[in-house]
Design a protein around this ligand. Structure first.
Ligand code: ACO
Length: 350
């Protein structure tokens, strides 16, 4: 799916994020896994990640992120009529974490649901919310991207355990006079799904004592295949959305790629020809937070003074599915005039 937006101007007017307080370093991991800080930093660029406490679920991270985004956008939670939570680690299979979160935030009239598109979920959700607002079905949407992958990672598998972290981000979308989203490109290659999956717990392989004992409820990944896919689509999706919008790489002020691995980001940056100082990278501090990755990176860029109204921002995600998605937008900032500065991120837990 690809399209330059025409007519309706919709933008992000509030931004928030939240990570667990607990920091787990590479050295911490090397105490229980046959790995090292050196290997992890060299192959991935990751130094540390945040890991939720046993009692923390997705909505516990999503709630502070959403409150921060709403505070920045201004207005009451009840003004939100659409809430989409992009995640592969909802609190439970159903009810959706969207419904759980709407209740916790006090949004009795919002349509609320979850969206599953792997690490690309946040990009898919942005496109959906844009479409709902542009089509007149929603006037104010809250989009949350977040995951608690630590709950589904195999902590005895060094090839996956070192890559992921927990976190959530949230944005408010609404109509603006000028700027905002300029175009989207989304896609999926189901044939590649085998390279990154969680086999059990669905209707194909319901939970049994054997499926649990066999680790079938934990993430399985073919790292080198996912690496090849990720480097390919980060470049092709960005090129396609820019062409559709009549823009070139030279027009991009800020590039926010999915934070999976510094080597993947470096490859895309080189291929696309984007100047390094225009690229947001925080995978070193958070690891791969799946659907939380792009909103966390946006919030980090805002906190670091990298994100200003008028800038052209390119975001590209990719993940399980295999899926990918890009958006290009003219950043407008929030509409309530509170200023851009904010705390870097909320944390939860002890
Ligand atoms: N510590 C030490 N050694 C390790 C570790 C580790 N944590 N993990 C793997 N190794 C070993 C392997 O066992 C292998 O050893 P061998 O040669 O003796 O068999 C060796 O390192 C090389 O393994 P590769 O898998 O070939 O290593 P590669 O250079 O491909 O790096 C990595 C692995 C980092 C996982 C890489 O493939 C990658 O980043 N892939 C993409 C993963 C990703 O981003 N997934 C998520 C994207 S989508 C989403 O966000 C959900």
């Amino acid at each position: 799916m690809i399209g330059a937006t025409n007519g309706a101007r919709v933008s992000i007017t509030g931004l928030g994020c939240c990570t667990p307080e607990r920091v787990v370093t590479n050295d911490d991991l090397s105490r229980t896994l046959d790995t090292s800080d050196e290997w992890i930093r060299e192959r991935t660029g990751i130094r540390e990640r945040r890991i939720a406490l046993p009692e923390q679920a997705l909505s516990d991270l999503a709630l502070p992120a959403a409150r921060q985004a709403l505070a920045q956008a201004g207005g009451e939670p009840s003004s939100i009529d659409l809430l989409i939570v992009a995640t592969v680690t909802p609190d439970m299979v159903f009810p959706s974490s969207g419904a759980v979160l709407a209740d916790r935030l006090g949004m009795p009239d919002a349509a609320a649901y979850d969206l599953s598109a792997g690490c690309t979920g946040f990009m898919y959700a942005l496109a959906q919310a844009y479409g709902m607002i542009a089509g007149g079905l929603s006037s104010r949407a809250l989009v949350v991207g977040g995951d608690v992958l630590s709950k589904i990672v195999d902590w005895s598998d060094r090839s996956t355990a070192v890559l992921f972290g927990d976190g959530a981000g949230a944005v408010v979308l609404e109509a603006v006079d000028a700027g905002g989203f300029l175009g989207f490109e989304l896609g999926a290659d189901g044939a590649g799904g085998v390279h990154l999956n969680l086999p059990a717990g669905g209707s194909r392989m319901p939970a049994t004592a054997e499926s649990v004992a066999g680790g079938q409820h934990l993430v399985k990944m073919n790292g080198p295949e996912v690496f090849k896919f990720a480097t390919r689509v980060l470049v092709s999706s960005a090129e396609r959305v820019l062409a559709e919008c009549g823009l070139s790489v030279a027009d991009i002020d800020l590039y926010v790629p999915h934070q999976a691995n510094v080597r993947i980001i470096d490859y895309a940056v080189r291929k696309l020809g984007i100047a390094r100082e225009r690229v947001v990278v925080n995978v070193d501090r958070f690891g791969n937070t799946s659907s939380g990755s792009i909103p966390l990176a946006l919030a980090d860029a805002a906190a670091d003074g990298m994100l200003h109204p008028g800038q052209t921002v390119l975001m590209t995600g990719m993940g399980a599915g295999l899926t990918w998605g890009s958006a290009v937008m003219e950043w407008t900032g929030q509409t309530n005039g509170n200023g851009q500065s904010r705390r870097r991120e909320e944390t939860v837990g002890g």
